[in-house]
Design a protein. Structure first.
Length: 187
């Protein structure tokens, strides 16, 4: 079931649609007359471009739907974690330098993926390790008192940690499913 996608017109249509959607997302603040600076648009374009390239690479890496879904969830988690840290901050405001700890979580996802050779079994392990890093970062931040003061700040860190950990674990489960499918397929 690990078919490599061909260059069919259907595949080209899906890719063109995805890139058009990304362009639409980028143009939305402009159409809504949001007070964005040129730097905001450049940053958003870079993030959307990175997301698009990562999804393209995942589509080319495997034809397995579970693999692609695992990659999509991991890319979404990474992009959302980047946006949360850059826009509002995971720990207090976006200016809080303690938010940089979550770059380590993204680094573990990236390094683990490379070390796994992007193979589904290794990717499952990498995403599980990323979920563990997310929990450790959140718990460490709470233990060090780095969140916003009060129960609201603690709740935000706990909720964010649970949400992102669940996304990393969902990705791990999908990659595990892809690995199981691929290993069960006779050659």
């Amino acid at each position: 079931m690990d078919r490599r996608p061909g260059d069919s017109s259907n595949a080209r249509l899906w890719r063109a649609s995805a890139w058009a959607a990304a362009a639409g997302v980028l143009l939305t603040p402009l159409m809504l007359r949001a007070p964005w600076t040129v730097a905001d648009y450049v940053t958003a374009a870079a993030l959307l471009g990175c997301v698009g390239v990562m999804v393209e690479l995942a589509v080319r890496a495997s034809g397995d739907l579970a693999y692609r879904a695992g990659a999509a969830v991991a890319v979404a988690a990474g992009a959302l974690l980047t946006v949360v840290n850059g826009a509002v901050g995971f720990l207090g405001s976006e200016d809080n330098p303690a938010n940089l700890i979550f770059l380590a979580v993204l680094g573990i996802a990236a390094a683990g993926s490379v070390l796994a050779g992007f193979r589904p079994g290794g990717m499952a392990g990498a995403m599980f390790a990323t979920a563990a890093a997310q929990v450790l970062a959140g718990a460490g931040a709470l233990a060090a008192g780095l969140g916003s003061p009060g129960l609201d700040g603690v709740g935000e860190v706990v909720l964010g940690t649970c949400l992102f950990s669940a996304m990393w674990l969902a990705s791990a489960g999908l990659f595990r499913r892809a690995a199981d499918r691929i290993s069960a397929t006779p050659e």
